[in-house]
Design a protein. Sequence first.
Length: 297
Amino acid sequence: MNVSIKNLQCFLTVIEVGHFTLAAEQLYMTQPTLSKTIKKMEDTLDQKLLIRNNQKVEVTEAGLLLAKSAQQIVGQWHRMYEDMNALTGLKIGRLRLGLSPMTGGMFINMLASFKTTYPGIEVNVLEVGGFAVEKALLNDSLDIGVTALPTTHADEFNILKLERYSLHVCVHVDHELANQTELTWQDLDGRPFVQYNDQFAIGKVISQSCQGTGYKLNVVSHTGQWEFMAAMAEAKMAYAILPEPICQRVSSANVKFIPLAEKVAWELAFIWRKNLPLTAAAQAFIAQVKPTYKEDV
C-alpha cells in the first residue's frame, strides 16, 4: 500500500469540513485535484471511502476505519516533524490553527504579528465551527483552535479566554419588533428563526438560553454563514441572532440589530489539548498572544 502523509491529510480534511469544495480551499488545491487524490486512495485500497450526498460527504465503514488510523499517523508525523523544526530555533515549522468562518477576520492582526516575529513558521488555518474545532483537536488534526464557550469536552482542553461579545437580534427594518430597544425570548417566542448548523457552538448557547426560559425557537433553517442569516432577515423570512462584531460587518440598510436582553453572550477562547504537549510553534503562538488576554483555565 502506497498512501502518502499528504494524501491522508487531504482525506481527513474532507471529513472534518464535510465538503469537497470547502476542503479544497482549505488545502489550497482545486476541487478536481482533491477528488482525484481521494479516488486514487480508494483505488489503492480497493475500498470506497467517501460518498457525496447532496453536496455533503458521508464516510463509509472503510473510511471510518482509515480515518481512525490516519489521525494517529498524521498527528504523530506532525509532532515528529515539529520536534525536528524546533532544533532550528523556530526558523521553520508549521502551526495548525482552527478558526470559525465567523471569526477568521477577527484574528488577522494577531496572525500578522506572529508571522512578523516568526516568518519561517507556516500557519495552516482550518475554517470550521467550534464543535468541529473540538473534534479536530481531539483527533490531533489541530494544535490550537478558537471556539465559543463553554466547550463540550471541558476536561480535555486548556482554555485561554479571549473576548466576550453581546448578541443582537437581526430583523428587517419594517419588522414589528424593529422599534424595540431590546428583545427577550418571550418577544421572539415561536417566530421564524434561522439557526446555526451543528458545527457551531454558538447555536447550542442560544438554544440552551431559550430553553431555560421555557420559550421556543421556531427554527426554519440552519446555516454556518452569517451572510445568509442576514439575508434571511432582510427577506423577512426569519430573524437571526448575531454577535456584535458580525453585526458590524453587515452592510445592508434594510436590517436592524436589536440587543438581546437575556444573559447570554458569545465568549471566544483559544483551546488546546491538556494531555498532548504543544509543538514549539504552538507554544510560541500562545506565549505571544497570552499577555493580551486572561489567564487560561
